[in-house]
Ligand binder design. Sequence first.
Ligand SMILES: Nc1ncnc2c1ncn2[C@@H]1O[C@H](COP(=O)(O)OP(=O)(O)OP(=O)(O)O)[C@@H](O)[C@H]1O
Ligand SMILES: [Mg+2]
Length: 260
Amino acid sequence: MTASQINITEFIKSSERSVSTARESSVAHLGALERVRTKAVVAKGVEMTFQSGVESSLVLQGVDLEIPYGEIQLLMGPSGSGKTTFLSILAGILTPTAGTVHLLGQEITQMSKDELSKFRLKNIGFIFQGFNLFPALTAAENVEVALRMKGIKGSAAKREAQDLLYQVGLSNRVNYLPRDLSGGQKQRVAIARALAGNPRLIMADEPTASLDSHSGHTVIELLRDLAKESNRTVLIVTHDPRLIDVADRVTYLEDGILKN
Ligand SMILES: Nc1ncnc2c1ncn2[C@@H]1O[C@H](COP(=O)(O)OP(=O)(O)OP(=O)(O)O)[C@@H](O)[C@H]1O
Ligand SMILES: [Mg+2]
């Protein structure tokens, strides 16, 4: 074989290699697109570094998570492992230092501030640790505030707030102030508020913390019904082992790394 023939053979081999690499990468790309299309939540390579003064701490070290539509996903792990940080990133409240997050097929990590707040308002109901209710407003008014933010106003907001409080079993407490409600009832108001505008994603940070066993159970059943009856996707950060039974999947975060 002459030198030029060897070169041609090498050229053909290397072309074949690059065609097959291109094919593989386009198959991988299609796979990624398919996952984004069929999953409610797709987080890929999420990293978070907090900078305080000269010190920086890497709290999330490349976390991947996928949640199919209509499922309840639990995120557990020791205190300080990065659960709230990760949940805040998935809810678009914090921007990760690296990685991507797709929610309902859209990449939120690419959105402008404006687009993101519109997306969040329409699609995510967030239940904060410690209820976060306005102390001077009644249960119904607390829910109405959320409805108003979502563009539902006047008598429609009043009717909708009553209906949401009915759904969480609080028809007889609509005019109560938070201070006159039990912890479990306050949490149910917070859930009713998260349901305002019928978002497809519910994210909750420690929804049963500080609730007694009965109230905790009511809240757990409510979260399960939300997911199963209305095909919502629910992501819950919790230490509460009672929630494991209602979850479709459980993942553990330890030192910023997910362990299944
Ligand atoms: N804004 C911030 N600036 C600097 N460090 C932060 C910030 N927010 C969180 N951290 C640090 O990130 C780590 C993870 O915090 P995070 O609140 O996500 O933990 P967690 O798993 O939710 O813990 P817990 O179960 O106690 O709620 C902690 O070490 C915390 O000190
Ligand atoms: Mg936390």
